[in-house]
Design a protein around this ligand. Structure first.
Ligand SMILES: O=C(CO)[C@H](O)[C@H](O)COP(=O)(O)O
Length: 284
């Protein structure tokens, strides 16, 4: 009798694990000192892959979390934990993290990301931009030509008392049915973030890339059709919005050329575990 084929859920888990192992192998060096650890189910395999390298490899490393789940992961694995604001300050600036590994909800053709499915987007963005190199780790379901194709909503962190006005503003920007995320089934009422805020999930039609723009299609929101960076800028101009789950713009390598170190939101590469056990790497 032949062995039963793995379930779809098992295939997804092994895809996440394969992506995590390869991402860690290719981006975590023994000389690295400060490492960002993101949130979500895929990052669990990143921590596993680091631990598998042995204590001599990671004993001098300090791991920076992106929220309470990530903090717990680092602690439970026996890795050294420090908060983002505890990095040493050298020549007047906090040291950059060497690398940050995080999951993603959707990744487009230019490595823009949607993040925040686990409500950790604010600290995830702070840790990602503090790193010289940001690496996304995911499974094959997350790769899309354009954002908002399979992951339809943009998670947006808001001050709770601003939620009614932010919802109205989002509708005016073309989001058909934005909604405050519920904490159910685990918590009655709203989902409250690690920062005491709420999350609004705002659906939008697929987001364009600059190369999609034409004189007729300007990406400025007509009919709700936006280009990624133009929508991100508009959202961040809305009072009450604390941070958005769009990670866009440029990556750490490009940031150096632009003189904008410490502001890069895009990964240098995204690792997607595939259903047949391989890893597809999308590089900038
Ligand atoms: O952004 C996130 C949490 O806010 C996660 O990184 C994202 O939701 C991916 O999670 P998973 O690895 O479980 O698919």
């Amino acid at each position: 009798m032949s062995a039963a084929a793995p379930s779809p859920a098992a295939l997804v888990e092994s895809a996440k694990k394969a992506a995590a192992i390869q991402a860690v192998d290719e981006h975590l060096l023994p000389s690295h000192r400060y490492i960002g650890i993101g949130s979500g189910s895929t990052v669990v395999y990143v921590v596993e892959a680091i631990v598998a390298k042995g204590v001599d490899f990671y004993k001098n490393m300090v791991f920076i979390p992106t929220g309470s789940q990530s903090k717990g992961l680092i602690r439970t694995a026996g890795l050294t934990l420090a908060n983002l604001d505890e990095r040493p300050v050298v020549n007047g600036r906090p040291v950059q993290l060497d690398v940050c590994f995080d999951g993603a909800d959707e990744v487009d053709a230019e490595l823009n990301l949607i993040k925040g499915g686990g409500a950790c987007l604010f600290q995830e963005k702070l840790v990602a931009i503090a790193a010289k190199t940001f690496v996304a780790v995911a499974d094959y379901r997350k790769q899309s030509p354009r954002l908002c194709t399979t992951w339809k909503n943009i998670p947006i962190e808001v001050l709770p008392l601003s939620a009614p006005d932010v919802l109205l503003r989002l509708q005016a920007l073309g989001s058909p049915a934005p909604a405050v995320r519920s904490g159910l089934p685990s918590k009655a009422g709203e989902c409250v973030t690690d920062n005491g805020m709420w999350i609004i999930d705002a659906p939008f039609p697929p987001l364009l890339l600059p190369s999609d723009l034409t004189p007729e299609v300007d990406g400025l929101g007509k009919g709700g059709v936006w280009e990624v960076s133009k929508l991100a800028d508009e959202l961040l101009r809305t009072p009450g919005i604390v941070e958005i789950g769009l990670f866009h713009g440029f990556n750490g390598t490009q940031a150096v050329g632009l003189g904008r170190e410490g502001q890069a939101q895009k990964p240098v590469a995204a690792y997607f575990g595939t259903a047949d056990g391989k890893v597809d790497v999308q590089r900038a």
